[in-house]
Write a protein that binds this ligand. Structure first.
Ligand SMILES: C[S@@+](CC[C@H](N)C(=O)[O-])C[C@H]1O[C@@H](n2cnc3c(N)ncnc32)[C@H](O)[C@@H]1O
Length: 314
């Protein structure tokens, strides 16, 4: 767990979840190979990779968030074998090609979802307890924000995303209340509307938690980007390279599990006379996800939902 203040004294607090387990899974000690961190964030996992690989080894790190790029660039400025790219990991194939890299020889990590900084920095509009314009964009240059979802989607589209991405029981009531109350401009307006639209039942989480999560996933196309990129990464990885996936909610973990499982078996129709897929492309390193240790959960409670899945390209 880290708590850092950047050079310009603007606070960028970040927690690196399951650092040893995630970076350890890459088995990158003294490695001369090429590694990719798809989700740079505060640079915690990247720094650990850079500490472990040799000076001839190389790390390429992606993020779309200006705050993350600025903070991590300063934090990791002394590492000459690091290249930080401000682009979506969705474009990993294009960006690696620009660098003349054809294969990821060492391994890739994804630490999915929003960073602690994004979730807690009031002005980014991710938090239902801090007042701000509805935003929730990872990429501050993107046109489409939480405001567009809340104010422009049809009632049915809202029900669908709240049910699918938030697994919210009261999707219909909440979507109806939103459509009746438009325009909704701020996080607190939305949160109090959700509280008013849902029955008063005892739960451990705030009634707006699931809807805010669903809107965030929709705004940033999180599941779609992850699925597309993981498929690209499987093909970009050289034989022996490791793919390490750290996820925080059941939808991401389910997707990770399904894709890794599918690529660790033959994907042809069972009646196909010959195998036309590329056969097994992955070997699962762990069948069950690795979870955070009790001590880490005590220090940083959100790490209790983290699940790490690891596979090797074969
Ligand atoms: C959980 S944080 C990563 C934290 C980081 N591992 C650390 O140790 O500080 C996830 C990061 O992924 C970034 N991200 C999300 N979607 C992305 C995408 N499609 N392309 C690149 N970065 C993305 C977010 O902006 C965020 O900074």
């Amino acid at each position: 767990m880290n708590n850092d203040v950047d050079k310009n004294n603007s606070e960028f607090v970040h927690y690196t979840v399951m650092k040893d387990e995630t970076v350890g899974s890459l088995m990158c000690e003294n490695s001369d190979k090429i590694f990719v961190d798809c989700t740079l964030g505060g640079g915690g996992h990247s720094e650990e990779i850079l500490k472990r690989i040799s000076k001839k080894g190389r790390l390429i790190a992606f993020d779309v968030d200006d705050d993350a790029i600025k903070y991590a660039s300063f934090r990791l400025k002394d590492y000459k074998n690091l290249t930080i790219i401000k682009a979506s990991y969705n474009d990993i194939d294009i960006e690696l090609k620009k660098l003349g890299i054809e294969k990821i020889t060492g391994g890739v990590i994804f630490d999915l979802g929003a960073s602690y900084h994004q979730l807690t920095c009031a002005k980014r509009g991710f938090s239902f307890s801090k007042d701000a314009p509805l935003d929730m964009r990872f990429n501050q240059e993107q046109d489409f924000s939480a405001w567009d979802v809340v104010n422009k989607y049809s009632e049915k589209e809202l029900v669908d995303i709240f049910s699918k991405y938030g697994e919210e029981r009261f999707s219909k009531r909440i979507a109806h209340a939103i459509v009746q109350s438009r325009p909704i401009n701020t996080t607190l307006e939305l949160a109090s509307l959700i509280v008013g639209a849902t029955p008063k039942i005892k739960t451990k989480i705030h009634p707006a938690t699931r809807v805010f999560q669903a809107i965030r996933i929709e705004v940033n196309h999180e599941l779609l980007n992850f699925e597309n990129t993981l498929l690209k990464v499987i093909n970009l990885c050289d034989i022996g390279a490791i793919i390490s996936l750290l996820s925080f909610h059941s939808l991401e973990d389910r997707l990770a599990k399904q894709i890794l499982k599918a690529y660790s078996t033959c994907r042809c129709d069972k009646y196909a006379p010959v195998c036309t897929c590329q056969g097994r492309m992955l070997e699962l390193i762990n069948k069950k996800p690795i979870v955070a240790q009790a001590q880490e959960i005590k220090l940083n409670p959100p790490s209790r939902s983290a699940k790490l899945r690891v596979a090797r390209r074969i």
